[in-house]
Design a binder for this molecule. Structure first.
Ligand code: FES
Ligand code: FES
Length: 165
């Protein structure tokens, strides 16, 4: 057994878990944060994506003990009270989901991509999301949600980057 200390969605947690506990298991089973999904457990689908120390990571590929001492944000930590994060709002407005299983990971991956003004042409967005698989939507509305979120986050220059990627 090993002690894992993390700051998760702004809250300090310390739990004792089995050495081999994955970060995604720690989030879902130990902390009850089931917004982070497990689609494959083999680092392919991206449903388990969270933010760890500022980077988007697949939480099925990291031991909780490896992350200990770090700061994690899950999809539950994005909204500001009752106000959705701009990426979440964009998914609502663009209908960027169907079953919703991939959605938390997609949102966390896009949150990372849009941490600063980013290219918004089709190929750049597809490249940014190549680690996240959606079996339902055909991706078109997800790609539009990226642009929509960018316009909300960076209203001064998003349109220009869409025209001149
Ligand atoms: Fe982690 Fe699929 S569950 S990448
Ligand atoms: Fe169903 Fe993406 S909306 S897997």
């Amino acid at each position: 057994m090993i002690d894992v200390e993390l700051r998760v969605n702004g809250r300090d947690v310390c739990e004792t878990v089995a050495d081999q506990t994955l970060l995604v298991e720690f989030l879902r089973q130990t902390l009850g944060l089931t917004g982070t999904h497990v689609g494959c457990d083999t680092s392919q689908c991206g449903a388990c994506t969270v933010r760890l120390d500022g980077l988007a990571v697949k939480s099925c590929t990291i031991l909780a003990a490896q992350a200990s001492g770090g700061e994690v944000t899950t999809v539950e930590g994005l909204a500001n009270g009752d106000t959705l994060h701009p990426v979440q709002q964009a998914f609502v407005q663009c209908h960027g989901l169907q079953c919703g299983f991939c959605t938390p990971g997609m949102i966390m991956a896009i949150d990372f991509y849009l941490r600063e003004p980013a290219a918004l042409d089709h190929d750049s967005i597809c490249h940014a999301l190549e680690g996240n698989i959606c079996r339902c939507t055909g991706y078109i509305n997800i790609i539009e949600a990226v642009r929509h979120a960018s316009r909300a986050l960076y209203p001064d220059d998003a349109a220009a980057r869409e025209e001149h990627p």
